[in-house]
Design a protein around this ligand. Structure first.
Ligand SMILES: [Fe+2]
Length: 393
C-alpha cells in the first residue's frame, strides 16, 4: 500500500560507464569551476587509481589546485579541518572526492567547514542544520557499497570525545557521481563481497522500512536484482568489467533508495557492532541481515515475498508457493552468505567476525540509541536486540 504522504529527492547527476572519468573536465566547465581540490587516500594513490582520474585531465586546460591524500580509514574533525584550510589557501573552487566511504564523508565534512566558514563543524551536526549551499562536489567512488556518492549523509569522527558525529542535509548531496568500472577493478574479493552485501542491505532495508515509498522501491528492487545477478561472478573473477560496472551502478541505485527511504535495524545494530567490535560495516550487514529479517517477518512478510523475484530469479519465484516466499527470501540471503564464505572467507557469524560473547549485552544496549532503529518496521527493546545478536553469534 502506498504511504499517504512521502517525499523523494535526488538531484545528483550520474555519469556512469567506462570513460566517465574522462568526462570530468567537461563537467567542471559546465559547472563554471576551474580549480579542483582532490581528496583521496594513500591506498587509492598506490593502486594507481588517482592517476586514472588525473589522466582524464590530460587534454584539458584545467589545473588541479591541490591534492590531499591523507584521509585515514575513519574520517575525523582534524582531517576535514586540515583539508578545508588547504582548499582555502589554494583558492580552489570545487572538490573531487576519489575513494570509499571515509574519503567521501571527509569531502562532505570539509565542504561544511568551507561553506559554513566555521572552525567547529560540530555545531552543524544532526539533521538539516546547514545554512549555506555547498561547493560543487564531484564524487568518484572506488567501492561498490556505501552509496555515499548519492546520499545526504556524512559521518565524521570526534576522536577527542570518542564518538561519531552525523550530519544529514540535502545540501550535502554531491553535484555529480562518476561511476567508472575501472575504479573498482582492484578491489579484493572479500571487500567486493562485503561492500556488495552492504549495498544489498541498503536496498532490502529501504524496501521494507517505515519510510519506504514507491519511487525508492523501484531503485531498491533494481539494485537487489543486479547485485544478486553479479556478486558471485565478480567475487570469483574481479576482472569482470561488465559485472563490476553493474555492481557499481546497483550500489548507487541502492544509495538513492536508502537516502530517501532510510534503512533499519540491520544498520542500527550493525553500526554498534562496528563501533564496539571493529567489524567491517559490510560484514556486519551481511551477518545481521537475515536475522533482522526473521524478526521483522510477521510485519513485512509481503515485502520480503516480493523480494524473492529480484533475489532468486523468476523460476524460483514462480515455483515457490506464495506463503513460503517471505521465508524463502531470508533463506536465499543466508545461502548467499554461505556461498560468499566459501568463495572468499566472508564471516557468517558475529563470532567468526571477531565479536566476543561478553560484548553482546553492551552492543544491544547501545544499538537502541542508533537513529536507524526508528524506521525499522518493528520496534525492538534491549532483550529483543540481544536475541537477534545471539542468533547471529
Ligand atoms: Fe550500510
Amino acid at each position: 500500500m502506498y504511504p499517504k504522504y512521502f517525499e523523494f529527492f535526488n538531484p545528483v547527476k550520474i555519469n556512469a560507464g567506462e570513460g566517465a572519468l574522462e568526462g570530468i573536465p567537461a563537467e567542471l566547465q559546465r559547472l563554471n569551476v576551474s580549480k579542483p581540490f582532490i581528496i583521496t587516500d594513500k591506498g587509492i594513490v598506490s593502486f594507481g587509481l588517482l592517476n586514472l582520474v588525473l589522466d582524464g585531465f590530460n587534454d584539458s586546460d584545467i589545473v588541479i589546485g591541490a591534492i590531499y591524500d591523507d584521509v585515514p580509514p575513519d574520517s575525523s574533525i582534524e582531517v576535514v579541518n586540515e583539508a578545508a584550510s588547504i582548499y582555502k589557501r589554494e583558492a580552489c573552487d570545487c572538490i573531487i572526492a576519489v575513494g570509499g566511504g571515509s574519503v567521501i564523508d571527509s569531502a562532505k565534512g570539509m565542504n561544511i567547514v568551507i561553506s559554513e566558514n566555521t572552525e567547529d563543524i560540530t555545531q552543524f551536526s544532526g539533521h538539516d542544520r546547514l545554512r549555506n549551499f555547498q561547493q560543487p562536489l564531484i564524487v568518484v567512488p572506488t567501492t561498490s557499497g556505501t552509496g555515499s556518492e548519492v546520499t545526504l549523509v556524512s559521518v565524521v569522527a570526534d576522536k577527542k570525545k570518542n564518538r561519531k558525529i552525523l550530519f544529514t542535509s540535502t545540501k550535502l548531496l554531491p553535484t555529480l557521481a562518476v561511476i567508472d568500472p575501472r575504479m573498482t577493478l582492484s578491489l579484493p574479493p572479500k571487500l567486493t563481497a562485503a561492500t556488495g552485501m552492504d549495498a544489498l542491505t541498503h536496498a532490502v532495508e529501504a524496501f521494507s522500512c517505515l519510510q519506504k515509498n514507491p519511487i525508492s522501491d523501484a531503485y531498491a528492487f533494481s539494485a537487489i536484482k543486479t547485485i544478486s545477478e553479479n556478486i558471485f561472478n565478480v567475487v570469483t573473477d574481479g576482472s569482470d568489467v561488465q559485472g563490476r560496472f553493474e555492481l557499481a551502478v546497483a550500489s548507487t541505485s541502492a544509495g538513492v533508495a536508502f537516502s530517501n527511504a532510510m534503512v533499519g535495524a540491520v544498520h542500527g545494530i550493525g553500526h554498534t557492532v562496528g563501533a564496539l567490535a571493529h567489524v567491517h560495516h559490510g560484514m556486519a550487514m551481511s551477518i545481521l541481515l537475515p536475522y533482522v529479517m526473521e524478526y521483522n517477518l510477521d510485519k513485512v512478510g509481503d515485502y520480503y515475498a516480493d523480494l524473492l523475484l529480484p533475489l532468486a530469479g523468476d523460476e524460483v519465484y514462480a515455483s515457490t508457493p506464495v506463503d513460503k516466499r517471505p521465508q524463502e527470501s531470508i533463506n536465499y540471503i543466508k545461502g548467499m552468505n554461505e556461498k560468499l564464505n566459501k568463495l572468499c572467507g566472508m564471516p557468517i557469524s558475529l563470532k567468526d567476525a571477531g565479536v566476543k560473547e561478553e560484548q553482546l549485552i553492551e552492543i544491544a544496549e547501545k544499538s537502541l540509541n542508533d537513529g536507524a532503529m526508528i524506521v525499522n518496521p518493528v520496534d525492538m527493546n534491549k532483550e529483543e536486540v540481544l536475541s537477534i545478536l545471539k542468533k547471529a553469534f
